[in-house]
Design a protein around this ligand. Structure first.
Ligand code: ADP
Ligand code: MG
Length: 850
């Protein structure tokens, strides 16, 4: 308990898995919490005493699943092991913390999603201004470490984009972080190991290479550096016995990529659907045809960080186009690529020292493919111009890699067993000790058969058997009927129901030799495998670099494959301000509908003449689909991909905003309308002339008059003050009048036809605004009773007669709940019986009622 309490003292907020023999035990509050979460029986130590300690445990060989469950629930688990052999230890067995598993730092393949990074993030707030923040995030499985500096107000959106599983900050419960914390789904907590010496960060980061988008990396902000140091120090502390695979710090600026806020990421369904939050049905899902896990992770990153630099975008486009033009070769490349496994994470595991024999086998099999893969890619380039940069696989050809492949091939058997304890990992002929031990162990087994045959003959007991079990080792079994024939040199070990078990001196001697050989074999194999892991760890940076090159190739290959399969075109991307799409399609909805049934539509936005396009049309006409497809096409173009259109020109966007009215957000305690307005104001505050703004039904969350007025004013502001490219959908057809007073406003509508009193959706975007809302028609389609529908038409006729937006709204036309008391009083009045004095008094009374 002293040992236990000592560990608990150092990790008060974690659950301690304390190794006791074959079990991990948990005590006190940990046991109470874990037994509930893991459905374990809660018992007590020193039962019956007043100070009985609650405890529960799990068998050590089954711990993996339990640890995973706790970390997925947001807990940190400290693995405290026996670090000396209990048989040899004098007194108490020494125990040490060998590994800490936190929600953000998980190394278990069973838990990790191969297609997603697993980040822990760290936030450092400027102590003086309190409005500038350093943000870093780290993936311990691949060693990716990134950091940036940004205003406090922008941290939330960046965290949503990064989606870390754990966030670290000093004083997370105090201002200014408390507010941020309340809005995040992931817990923000203080790292247990913040030490004053990482305050400046430089020491922690010593030895790391630096890549940066800054012209002068040395000018990297101190807050970014400190955040990176915090994440790194934390991650290092979780691996007291192993090194982390981190060699580079990548510093970036938010403006290096298209700025996407939480609402845009959600509304454009980039990585998950808006309703249900499913990966399936997201834009990423539709464009992800990668064949490796690193490729899938790369593509996700590209989609979440679309580029803004035109030359960079064109380089990626060149690579995608190169593959599209060589369809068959591209498929051959992808077939080989699929055999390259997860080089990034394999490299990480070697550095961490947790690579299993099977991991080494996978690494070998992947490395072996590299030369052929590079040759295949190069075979497609017969001119003198080089390959497009993303296809340049130089990193796959460094000499260390084939050398390592050869080394692993010589050391490991062809079909490598999953775990070391399975044995049979090292190839015969590689190591004399292994070979000799195997010969002894196998030879010993032959000899045992010989002994059996010999004893059968000598005793005349044909049914005599040599058997093995874990308790006695080898023994001779004789059935009851033959016991009389047992010779004197058989030593009886055990009586069983139908016979006796014996050992002989010869058998015991042989067994000792076999067991010794097997033990030596296991130890020797472990040593050799460890040496292989160390050799791989030495080459880990090169392996990871090759893995990174292949990830880029795979991501480009995916974009090319989708482009070919779904008939996408290469957009022209330039630094102009025009967004022009001919026959654009919605990539996701098109993929869900039967081929050829999605109706394509054009879009032209141009700040000089057609800057703000108002899209009107009834509900269900296709407004939202149209606007999202425009934004998605712009983003696909900026990740270097082809787009679902006949042709497209995309003047790069610096930010893409998408606000969809009336999304419910009650879980955060905000009213829908409040959220809608907050997001709208954030767009008005942040959009620049280069931004693309998609506003869908803004103002819907309030009454009609409020709503129209707000929508109108917002549209005017976007036109007059910001002049960004804007698509503005509304079912308030009154807004079409905006085009009369504003030069760069254009009206479009999604066409419907009325046919024999039915409304038919044509899905075609046409010039001009809708002249009515068709809300009642849609209501009828939805099955509202005929009586209610015709009453609605009556009321609408009344409203349209009296209340138009041009004149003062005639509120009296709106049905009111109860007549005013003034009206009631007047109605009850009989003028013929009212004296002048009473009339005067009545007037005073009415006045007071008003
Ligand atoms: P609105 O926003 O005008 O109410 P939506 O954009 O939500 O309408 O479209 C309603 C449905 O119409 C979509 O779910 C989709 O199935 C279908 N749809 C929209 N646009 C098209 C199109 N261009 N081609 C085919 N179907 C479409
Ligand atoms: Mg809509």
């Amino acid at each position: 308990m002293r040992q236990y309490l000592d560990v608990k003292d150092r990790h008060p907020t974690a659950i301690i898995f304390f190794r006791l023999g074959d079990f991990y035990e948990m005590f006190f509050e940990d046991a109470v919490v874990a037994s509930r979460l893991l459905d374990l029986t809660l018992t007590t130590r020193d039962k019956g005493k007043d100070d009985a300690v609650p405890m529960c445990g799990v068998p050590h060989h089954a711990s993996r699943g339990y640890v995973a469950k706790l970390t997925e629930l947001g807990h940190t688990v400290v693995m405290c092991e026996q670090v000396e052999d209990p048989k040899l230890a004098k007194g108490l067995v020494k125990r040490e913390v060998v590994r800490i598993v936190t929600p953000g730092i998980v190394l278990d393949d069973e838990v990790l999603d191969p297609k997603r990074p697993r980040y822990v993030a760290a936030i450092v707030v400027d102590k003086v201004t309190k409005d500038k923040v350093g943000l870093a995030y780290l993936d311990a499985t691949t060693g990716e470490l990134c950091a940036t500096e940004l205003p406090l107000a922008a941290v939330h959106d960046e965290l949503v984009r990064v989606a870390p599983r754990e966030i670290l900050a000093e004083d997370p419960t105090k201002a200014p972080l408390a507010q941020l914390r309340a809005r995040l789904a992931t817990a923000v907590r203080a790292p247990w190991n913040i030490a004053p010496e990482i305050a400046d960060g430089r020491a922690e980061l010593r030895g790391l290479a630096l890549t940066a988008s800054y012209a002068r990396p040395a000018e990297a902000g101190p807050l970014a550096v400190r955040a990176a140091a915090m994440a790194l120090a934390y991650a290092r502390a979780t691996q007291p016995t192993g090194a982390l695979p981190i060699s580079t710090l990548r510093l970036y600026e938010p403006a290096d990529a298209v700025v996407l806020d939480e609402a845009a990421i959600a509304n454009l369904e980039l990585t998950e659907t808006l309703i249900g939050k499913h990966a399936e049905g997201s834009l990423l899902d539709v464009i992800d045809d990668t064949v490796t896990a690193p490729g899938a992770r790369r593509l996700r990153r590209w989609l979440l960080y679309p580029l803004v630099d035109v030359p960079q975008i064109r380089r990626r486009q060149d690579a995608v186009a190169w593959l599209v033009e060589r369809g068959e070769l591209a498929e051959s490349i992808r077939r080989v690529l699929a055999k390259t496994a997860d080089l990034e994470r394999l490299a990480g595991k070697c550095t961490l020292g947790i690579a299993t024999p099977r991991d080494l086998g996978r690494l070998r099999d992947a490395l072996v493919e590299l030369p052929a893969l590079v040759a295949l890619v190069r075979s497609g380039q017969n001119s003198l111009t080089g390959l497009p940069e993303p296809l340049d696989l130089k990193a796959c050809l460094v000499a260390a890699l084939p050398a390592l492949a050869a080394r692993l091939a010589a050391a490991l058997v062809d079909e490598v067993p999953a775990l070391l304890k399975d044995g049979g990992v090292i190839r015969t002929g590689r190591d004399p000790v292994v070979d000799e031990c195997r010969r002894l162990a196998d030879g010993g087994k032959d000899e045992i058969l010989a002994i059996e045959a010999h004893e059968q003959e000598a005793t005349g007991i044909a049914s005599l058997k040599v058997r093995y079990n874990r308790v006695f080792g080898y023994y001779i079994e004789v059935t009851k009927t033959h016991l009389a024939k047992v010779p004197a040199h058989f030593i009886r070990k055990q009586t069983i129901a139908n016979g006796e078990r014996y050992v002989t001196a010869a058998l015991a001697k042989l067994e000792a030799r076999v067991v010794a050989a097997e033990e030596t074999l296991a130890t020797r194999e472990a040593e050799l495998v460890k040496a292989e892991v160390v050799a791989c760890a030495d080459a880990a940076p090169q392996i990871a670099a090759a893995g990174a090159a292949l990830a880029g190739l795979d991501a480009c290959g995916s974009l090319a494959s989708i482009a070919a399969r779904r008939n996408y075109c290469r957009p022209i991307v330039d630094s102009g301000y025009v967004l022009d799409i001919v026959d654009g399609r919605h990539p996701v909805i098109e993929a869900m509908l039967p081929p050829g049934t999605f109706v394509p539509n054009d879009c032209h936005l141009d700040p000089a003449a057609e800057q703000l396009v108002l899209v009107t049309g009834p509900n269900m006409a296709g407004k939202s689909t149209y606007m999202r497809q425009v934004a998605q096409i712009a983003l696909l173009a900026q990740i270097g991909g082809f787009v679902p259109a006949r042709s497209a020109t995309v003047g790069v966007c610096d930010r893409v905003f998408t606000r969809v009215g009336a999304a419910d957000n009650l879980s955060r305690g905000d009213s829908t309308f409040m959220v809608e307005m907050r997001e709208t104001s954030s767009i008005l505050a942040k959009a620049t002339r280069r931004s693309l703004v998609i506003l869908d039904e803004v103002g819907r969350g309030t009454s009609t008059f409020d709503g129209v007025s707000i929508a109108w004013a917002v549209a005017e502001h976007l036109h007059d003050a910001i002049a960004c490219r804007t698509l503005f959908a509304t079912h308030y057809h009154e807004l079409v009048a905006l085009a009369d007073s504003r030069p760069r406003v254009r009206n479009l509508s999604v066409a419907v036809r009325e046919h024999k009193g039915e409304i038919v959706f044509l899905r075609r975007v046409v010039a001009g605004g809708a002249n009515k809302s068709y809300g009642i028609d849609v209501a009828r389609l939805a099955g509202l009773p005929t009586k209610v529908v015709s009453r609605a038409r009556q009321i609408m006729a009344q409203l349209e007669g009296g209340a138009s937006l041009g004149s003062t709204p005639q509120l009296s036309l709106l049905p009111t709940a109860a007549p005013s008391p003034v009206v009631a009083r007047l109605a009850a009045l009989d003028i013929d019986r009212t004296t002048p004095l009473e009339a005067l008094q009545l007037l005073a009374e009415l006045k007071s009622l008003v």
